[in-house]
Design a protein around this ligand. Sequence first.
Ligand SMILES: O=c1ccn([C@H]2C[C@H](O)[C@@H](COP(=O)(O)OP(=O)(O)OP(=O)(O)O)O2)c(=O)[nH]1
Length: 230
Amino acid sequence: MLSDRELHKLAIEEELIAPYNPEYCEEATINLTLDPLVKQYSSDEPIVLGKEVNDDEHYDKIDLTSDEFSIPPKGSVLIQTHEFIKVPNNMTARIYERFGVQSLGLMISPGHYMNPGYRGKISLVAFNTNSVPFRLVPGIKICQMGLFELNTDPLKPYEKQDARYMDSTDVSISKLHLDQEIQEFLKEKGIAKVSDEMAGDLGKHLMSHIKLAAKDLAELAMEKLDKGKI
Ligand SMILES: O=c1ccn([C@H]2C[C@H](O)[C@@H](COP(=O)(O)OP(=O)(O)OP(=O)(O)O)O2)c(=O)[nH]1
């Protein structure tokens, strides 16, 4: 994990973070602040894993600089950091909660992993674990970021993948439906979206996809074994 010394150097020389306030860099993390833009799931439609969601139909946008907004008890919203981050290709970043925020009952989705080479603001789920409303105030230091250097350079940094969240400045909503296997299913069925009725079929398709992939790999391994390559 990088120390404040290295984080500070990266911030100054490699534009790791913008805007950068050196006072927010401490020991081994940099504190990140709450952006005024928040998104709340406002549709009555039940969520189905793999089904597309979009800003217009499913989310309300809230601007904390003009709207007074509290997360309802046991409710959650999507938030983002005000800072734009550029994770170097040979590093990964992790977001940590701040005890001062967490102990008030606001859980910032823990265990975050920023792909090597990711650029953008960081979107997070904020969950109010309390039984009273939780008022959000923009600019508050909401979480902290640590950086880790990889042992070797990655074969495929984020920009070489589909990089669907790259350069995000808007709060990111799920783009899970873009997963290749789900897109293949849609193409096969000749439909544009997974519907509630289609969820069962999607599940069957994905399970058989897993079995086939495992069989292909096993055959490949056998072939290599025969040729003495293993
Ligand atoms: O809480 C998070 C987690 C990730 N990201 C950004 C940084 C990360 O590099 C990118 C992709 O994250 P992840 O790999 O977890 O998402 P995915 O759903 O697997 O998308 P992809 O297939 O693009 O990797 O989204 C966030 O903004 N917030």
